[in-house]
Design a protein around this ligand. Structure first.
Ligand SMILES: Nc1ncnc2c1ncn2[C@@H]1O[C@H](COP(=O)(O)OP(=O)(O)O)[C@@H](O)[C@H]1O
Ligand SMILES: [Mg+2]
Length: 369
């Protein structure tokens, strides 16, 4: 017996005219999962969400909610709720009535309605202002009302499309933790759309990374960060050195001007293939003298960021970015000026060999579920 997923997409596809905006996609989202769809603006995130809700009809493929096909079920009758990028509260209604609205439409009994509204308001920590009007609330508080409204009917799935986009940086950070806490408390499946990688890493159980209508990788935050399966994923999430290289044998990668470099080759690349070696800046070590397997270079720039130094180092023909935590900078290194001689190294496990173009690594495409 297999446990049914909250959402299952089979071959879901969307074209607008001749413009293919979501390529055929299979995806399974588990019950109570906090699942993020992450990708740059225009990659098809909203279109994908709208197909799950039924606001948009897929060109092909099928949507299942809780094990049942809903292709012919109108949005209203799907057990879900969507919080839009630009949500709107009713300005003339109180916080309480904004949250109660949907339950009143459904003619929920008075005592039940009151219980549910108070519960939803407590969940978003707005139980003290039920009678305020939206105009008497801050941006963050209005956002919380919209959230309470999205969960008050206890749908199985809530879809959130860049809900924190309008908030300032500090409030966004606060709301990220609040959202995660809230999702755990209510046990509702959250599908969360964002173009902000940090937001996705902070909150998600799993992340689907999208680019140009394609889902490139589906995995947990640490796997997405540590084991990106493509050049796009490596560079979109965090920062990453992408070093042009060529397969000089089945398990050796060579960089022009440097020779063989440390890298884990997971296979699938023929000798002679152009690849990139992806290395996170914090996995590189910078020293003021040669160490085993290190590459000589020159500091082209260094930037102090408080908790760390970012060094740009020219080695061979390649410019590398190296992060050194402030506390770990040696006195010798700290006194080196721009133009000073340094050595860069990294462990074999820190170098990931990926296709040079936009495709995913043949050996690294994860199962979409
Ligand atoms: N109703 C529509 N008609 C035509 N093109 C559309 C429509 N909706 C979205 N698109 C196009 O589909 C692509 C993906 O859009 P969207 O799903 O909104 O991306 P995202 O949410 O990732 O920013 C864009 O190129 C957009 O212009
Ligand atoms: Mg969008």
């Amino acid at each position: 017996m297999t446990q049914t997923s909250a959402v299952r997409l089979r071959g879901i596809t969307k074209s607008f005219g001749s413009n293919l905006v979501v390529e055929p996609l299979d995806l399974e989202i588990g019950r109570n999962e906090f699942f993020s769809i992450l990708g740059p603006s225009g990659c098809g995130k909203t279109t994908l969400m709208r197909m799950i809700t039924g606001f948009e009809t897929p060109t092909a493929g099928s949507v299942e909610l809780d094990g049942k096909t809903v292709d012919r079920v109108p949005t209203r009758q799907r057990d879900l709720n969507m919080l839009f990028q630009s949500y709107a509260l009713f300005p003339h209604l109180s916080v309480y009535e904004n949250v109660a609205f949907e339950l009143r439409v459904r003619k929920t009994a008075k005592a039940e309605l009151d219980r549910r509204v108070r519960e939803a308001l407590a969940l978003v920590r707005l139980e003290d202002f039920p009678q305020r009007k939206p105009s008497e609330l801050s941006g963050g508080q209005r956002q919380r009302v919209a959230l309470a409204r999205a969960v008050v009917g206890r749908p199985a799935v809530v879809l959130l499309d860049e809900p924190l986009g309008a908030l300032d940086q500090k409030l966004r950070k606060e709301m990220q933790f609040e959202l995660k806490r809230m999702q755990r408390e209510v046990g509702i499946t959250f599908i969360y759309v964002t173009h902000d990688q940090e937001e996705a890493l902070t909150m998600s159980d799993r992340i689907a990374v999208m680019s140009k209508g394609r889902v490139l990788q589906v995995a947990g935050p640490t796997e997405i960060y540590d084991a990106p399966n493509s050049r796009f994923v490596a560079s979109f999430i965090g920062s990453c050195n992408l070093i042009d290289a060529v397969m000089s044998s089945a398990d050796t990668v060579e960089v022009a001007g440097l020779g063989p470099v440390p890298a884990t080759v997971t296979g699938g690349f023929a000798t002679g293939t152009q690849v990139v070696v992806a290395v996170r800046p914090e996995r590189m070590t910078l020293t003021d003298r040669p160490t085993e397997g290190s590459f000589a270079g020159v500091i082209s720039e260094r930037v102090f960021l408080g908790d760390e130094w970012t060094y740009h180092v020219k080695t061979g023909g390649t410019e590398l970015t190296v992060r050194v935590p402030s506390g770990e900078t040696s006195a010798a290194l700290a006194t080196l000026p721009e133009g000073g001689q340094v050595w860069v190294s990294w462990p074999t496990a820190a170098g990931r060999v990926l296709p040079a173009d936009d495709t995913t690594s043949p050996s690294l495409i994860g199962s979409p579920a």
